[in-house]
Design a protein around this ligand. Structure first.
Ligand code: GLN
Length: 238
């Protein structure tokens, strides 16, 4: 049997900052290199979300303006998204997309309502948190590297963070933590694109999705990942 995963890309016309779309390419390649099949389905603003055939869902980042538009469409489809996540669907949400998983995002111009998937919230501050980031995450043995640029500070209360900040700002600039983990969801501020510089994370999403779709015991054949780790080390050393 040939294994196949379907990657769902939410609102690529609105949420695609700093190459977030590269996460889609990266997942596709990692599947194809292993002789598996990959299909990508993009969902555009205004469409009714049918996530029944989706194995990995990606939500990128955007400016406050684009995020406000995307947020409205997400809310219209809240039921489908909550169900997908609660049934252990795999979701990677980056920056603006990460903020929208929470209760709300309080900006200088008003409050954007979030999906309330997680009991976290975000508050805007005038000083943007920008630069390269290094994390230690329980999901990867190598340091996780990426780039952040956000005005929002995300308060995750008792939720599990994605990683501990070694360099950079992370969720609030002073909590010492970055992102959030919940079931098969990763929420993070890291653009990059994240998965090309952190191949372990890409494989983690693929592994979780294969397990969801085909059952336990899926072992991914290793890839050389020489270029990916060169990029990762270059950023970590710098
Ligand atoms: N608009 C949000 C903020 O500035 C998210 C930005 C982003 O996705 N990079 O906090």
């Amino acid at each position: 049997m040939k294994w196949k995963l379907t990657i769902g890309c939410l609102y690529p016309e609105l949420l695609n900052l700093y190459g977030d779309r590269g996460n889609v390419r990266c997942l596709e390649k990692r599947l194809l290199w292993r002789g598996m099949e990959a299909e990508t389905v993009s969902f555009y603003a205004g469409e009714c979300l049918d996530l029944s055939g989706v194995d990995i869902l990606l939500l990128g980042g955007g400016s406050d303006r684009e995020q406000a538009i995307a947020g409205r469409y997400l809310l219209e489809n809240r039921k489908a998204i909550v169900r997908y996540v609660e049934e252990n669907g795999v979701l990677l949400a980056v920056c603006g997309g990460y903020q929208l998983l929470g209760n709300d995002y309080r900006t200088e111009k008003g409050t954007l309502e979030g999906l309330r998937l997680l009991d976290i919230h975000t508050e805007w501050r005038p000083k943007r948190l920008t630069g390269n980031v290094i994390l230690k995450s329980p999901l990867a043995s190598s340091p996780v590297v990426g780039f952040e640029n956000h005005g929002g500070r995300t308060f995750i209360k008792g939720a599990r963070p994605f990683g501990r900040v070694i360099k950079g700002f992370g969720n609030t600039g002073d909590s010492g933590y970055e992102g959030v983990l919940y079931k098969n969801v990763i929420g993070t501020y890291l653009h990059g694109p994240l998965l090309s510089k952190n191949p372990e994370l890409g494989d983690r999403l693929i592994g979780q999705a294969l397990k969801q779709k085909y059952g336990a015991g899926v072992r991914l054949p290793p890839l050389s990942d020489e270029a990916e780790y060169r990029a990762n080390r270059y950023m970590a050393v710098r």
